[in-house]
Design a protein around this ligand. Structure first.
Ligand SMILES: Cc1cc2nc3c(=O)[nH]c(=O)nc-3n(C[C@H](O)[C@H](O)[C@H](O)COP(=O)(O)OP(=O)(O)OC[C@H]3O[C@@H](n4cnc5c(N)ncnc54)[C@H](O)[C@@H]3O)c2cc1C
Length: 345
């Protein structure tokens, strides 16, 4: 029997407080849905790692990553969005309302869910990377390439994305060196050939990045590279065994060793993820893309559903789409509930 609505059940919970989650929160809050935003392990998301953002529309002089995020949070709160620390460990979506288990043991119940948990770029573990990420060390050439006009830069990786990043950077940098730990690339032949044929791109084979040099004031100024004739130098048992260590002067370093979507908590649900873990929202009956996943009432936004563009503006865009889709879904649900109550009277 249908009773009064359960006050402990939220209309919408948004997982993630990056720009996609914030954009969803603004739209959902303005639609009076009183969204709860779970901030997760990285409140504010990836943009908090970077200094200047020059490609986000509306800021002709650029804007700091932290400032953009703080503004977005303030904007969402103004319309009634609530923020809380909380990381989802497990989601039960087979029954309604949905249940989310958080890492602190709390359980949340919600009628709809917007998953905006992002995709984290893989880091290498080189010395200095914690300090210099966003200060000359980057995981996004499209975002930060233009800061490196006339520099020598390194790209770390050997797959298609490393080739793409290198080719993009070669528009700005004087010299781009692709550092790869083996002697063969994983990249497709066509991408590898484009990089090999480019005058400003060279390769360092069987080489790994060991340390970054510089400071937050100066940015990256250099890097220590280690090489071994058989490749994978850091795996060699005897560090003196043919290891060559060299420090090079560079003005920027770009990691291009892949991203890991933060969607593991959806394993075991009916929400479809690709082989890398990216969410795959479905199309509507007319074949147009939506943000709804394979579980009705669960929507996807931001980098966690986007292996391709991974930009602040695209993440914000899909955040707003997910909130609009959520609003429409809740309206249908409310109409169905009302019809059921009427039918049972
Ligand atoms: C150094 C750097 C510089 C960049 N510069 C630019 C730039 O100049 N321009 C540009 O357009 N883009 C830039 N980007 C890319 C941009 O940051 C991303 O495209 C954007 O942040 C994606 O937003 P998102 O909300 O999808 O994910 P994210 O920003 O990754 O946010 C994910 C959120 O989900 C939360 N979360 C994760 N797992 C869970 C969980 N289990 N439970 C609860 N919450 C969870 C996290 O805490 C975080 O709040 C840059 C990225 C980096 C790393």
């Amino acid at each position: 029997m249908n009773g009064p609505p359960d006050a402990t059940v939220r209309d919408v919970v948004i997982i993630g407080s990056g720009i996609a989650g914030l954009s969803a929160a603004v739209y959902a809050a303005r639609a009076d849905l009183e969204p709860l935003v779970l901030e997760g392990p990285e409140p504010g998301g990836q943009l908090t790692l970077t200094t200047d953002i020059e490609n986000y529309l509306g800021f002709p002089d650029g804007i700091g990553g932290m400032e953009l995020i703080e503004n977005g949070k303030e904007q969402a709160e103004r319309f009634g969005a609530e923020f809380t620390h909380g990381t989802v460990e497990n989601a039960t979506l087979a029954e309604r309302p949905f249940e989310l288990e958080l890492s602190d043991g709390e359980t949340l119940r919600t009628r709809t869910l917007i998953v905006a948990s992002g995709a984290s770029a893989r880091w290498i573990g080189a010395d200095g990377e914690d300090e210099l990420m966003g200060y000359g060390l980057s995981t996004c050439a499209t975002c930060d390439g233009a800061f490196h006009r006339g520099d020598d830069v390194l790209v770390i990786g050997g797959g298609d994305s490393a080739m793409e990043e290198a080719l993009f950077l070669a528009k700005f940098a004087d010299n781009v060196t692709i550092v790869h730990r083996r002697e063969e690339l994983r990249a497709s032949e066509i991408m590898a050939a484009r990089a090999r044929d480019h005058d400003a791109i060279e390769f360092r084979w069987n080489t790994e990045l060991e340390a970054l040099h510089g400071s937050r004031e100066e940015g990256v100024t250099g890097a220590t590279l280690v090489s071994h004739p058989d490749g994978h130098p850091s795996d060699k048992a005897d560090p003196d065994d043919d290891i060559v260590r060299e420090t090079v002067d560079v003005g920027g370093v770009f990691y291009a060793i892949g991203h890991t979507p933060n969607t593991e908590f959806l394993a075991g649900t009916d929400v479809e993820r690709d082989e890398r873990g990216y969410l795959r929202p479905r199309s509507d009956a007319a074949g147009r893309p939506t943000t709804e996943t394979q579980v009705a009432g669960v929507f996807a936004a931001g980098d966690g559903a986007d292996p391709r563009y991974r930009q602040a503006i695209t993440a914000a865009g899909t955040g707003s789409m997910a909130a609009l889709d959520t609003e429409a879904y809740l309206e249908t649900l409310d109409q169905t509930d009302a019809a059921t109550v009427e039918g049972s009277l």
